[in-house]
Design a protein around this ligand. Structure first.
Ligand SMILES: NC(=O)c1ccc[n+]([C@@H]2O[C@H](COP(=O)([O-])OP(=O)(O)OC[C@H]3O[C@@H](n4cnc5c(N)ncnc54)[C@H](O)[C@@H]3O)[C@@H](O)[C@H]2O)c1
Length: 440
């Protein structure tokens, strides 16, 4: 195991930069402010609510994570954002329809004070959207320079000691990593040539990294998941992570599938369908944006179930994912799963899940935790892809050559053990053979 790093203390203000100021981002900003005012609890957030057991079970040491490692406090957070739609935080939150007026109205002044900066946006990458609050520049490189200037201005104007960026923008059309994404030189040349392979989310990721700002991607599009930017992150010791917040149906999938596999129960088929009516649903109604999301959602089961190792149980699994845009539901989507499983002697059974879910309510604590943990990683000198944050993603970005870990329980253990390591404690193996002596 590598040597335990020295963690710099979380002194001063932390600027949380959110490209995309729609349902998820406004729910985070409003929720943090509500927590600061004591109006609501940050439920779902490990950094705010979770404890961490240290040492033997008999030791009785289980501090809150935020008391164990040094994390920025909620009072030290200040939010910045970009969006092609110029709505301030209050208007955007009202339109998103996630939070109710009894929560929003008492915070109206604060929410109105968070206004999106002009975005680097191109509707060629998000076809169902358009908006006037957009930067102009001779080419993509110049747009990146403008974003870098925004980042520097924000830091200075808000007296921030450190910054982090979490992409909360729409899902872009499906792109594969190509020649333009292999090295920093190729990437910069492609930006100058306005190469269509450079999507707006990549320009934000580039701008963040060039300013030394940790970056996480909450959508399934590539963004920082390309060799050129991974290398910059590694070489300059800037933490990055992605992709696609693990909420809703995929969260349920990564909870259920490891359980069924642990009991060596077979799975013949898993059919998942959703209806949702928010802006995200509208964007995903475009087949090219849906394809990006579909790839992200489909890979989950394969990696958890390992059909190559268990052909009798999972070799014939039929996995289908559907997303249907249905405006009356707004952000309160409904997700149905039909799971055809097989037990002893091949007898079949079915599991039905009907999840009346609030996607942004599940995503908001992820954004907060990612912001605080990326900042922790940065202060600990941990650069490059942060696999220990896979817990938060549908499609975890991995170190080159490694497959992503999707099992939420392994992800959770890895996250907690990384925190123990950062705090100078031994990782827990839960072996417990010598209970009483070691007491694990
Ligand atoms: N809600 C969830 O639980 C959840 C889960 C996983 C992933 N996500 C992803 O998170 C993202 C945000 O979700 P949402 O529900 O808030 O969607 P949303 O449509 O409400 O908000 C996205 C915002 O991003 C803006 N945007 C688009 N392109 C941009 C650009 N280039 N620069 C700046 N802003 C841009 C849009 O104008 C919009 O306001 C989506 O990509 C979604 O797929 C959401």
């Amino acid at each position: 195991m590598s040597e335990q790093p020295k963690v710099k203390p979380a002194e001063g203000r932390l600027g949380v930069l959110l490209p995309g100021f729609g349902a998820v981002a406004t729910t985070v900003v409003a929720g943090v402010e509500a927590a600061r005012r004591g109006l609501a609890k940050p439920i779902g957030s490990l950094t705010q609510l979770n404890t961490i057991r240290l040492g033997k079970r008999t030791d009785g040491r289980s501090p809150l994570i935020r008391d164990f490692v040094s994390l920025a406090g909620l009072d030290d957070l200040v939010f910045g954002t970009w969006d092609p739609i110029p709505d301030d935080g209050y208007e955007s939150a009202l339109k998103a329809g996630v939070l109710e007026r009894h929560h929003l109205d008492p915070m109206e002044d604060f929410l109105r004070s968070v206004k999106p900066m002009p975005a680097v946006f191109d509707s060629a990458y998000v076809r169902r959207l358009d908006g006037p609050n957009v930067k102009k520049g001779a080419n993509k490189f110049e747009l990146a320079e403008q974003l870098r200037q925004d980042i520097r201005n924000f830091k200075e104007e808000n007296d921030c000691a450190r910054l982090v960026m979490v992409w909360c923008g729409s899902t872009e059309i499906f792109l594969r990593a190509g020649d333009a994404h292999q090295t920093l030189e190729a990437f910069e040349a492609a930006m100058k040539a306005d190469d269509p392979d450079i999507a707006p989310s990549m320009i934000y990721a580039y701008a963040a990294l060039m300013e030394g700002v940790p970056y996480a991607n909450g959508a399934p599009n590539l963004s920082a998941d390309i060799p050129a930017l991974e290398k910059v992150a590694e070489e300059r010791s800037i933490p990055i992570g992605g992709k696609d917040f693990k909420t809703g149906q995929t969260l349920m999938k990564t909870i259920l599938a490891p359980g069924l596999k642990a009991r060596m129960l077979g799975i013949e088929g898993w059919f998942s369908t959703n209806i949702l009516g928010n802006r995200d649903g509208e964007v995903l109604d475009d087949p090219d944006s849906f394809k990006t999301k579909e790839e992200s959602k489909l890979s989950v089961l394969e990696h958890i179930l390992q059909p190559e190792m268990y052909p009798d149980l999972y070799g014939n699994l039929y996995h289908k994912v559907r997303i249907n845009y249905y405006p009356p539901r707004g952000d309160n989507k409904e997700g149905w799963d039909n799971i055809d499983i097989r037990g002893w002697m091949g007898y079949d059974m079915q599991i039905k899940v009907d999840f009346l879910c609030r996607d942004s309510i599940l995503a908001a604590p992820i954004v907060l935790d990612l912001a605080l943990f990326l900042d922790l990683a940065s202060r600990s000198g941990m650069g490059g892809v942060q696999e220990w944050l896979s817990f938060y993603f549908k499609s975890p970005q991995t170190l080159p050559g490694l497959y992503p870990e999707h099992d939420i329980f392994i992800q959770h253990r890895k996250l907690k053990n990384t925190l123990r390591w950062l705090g100078g404690e031994k990782p827990l193996t839960h072996l417990g053979l010598d209970y009483g002596a070691e007491g694990e």
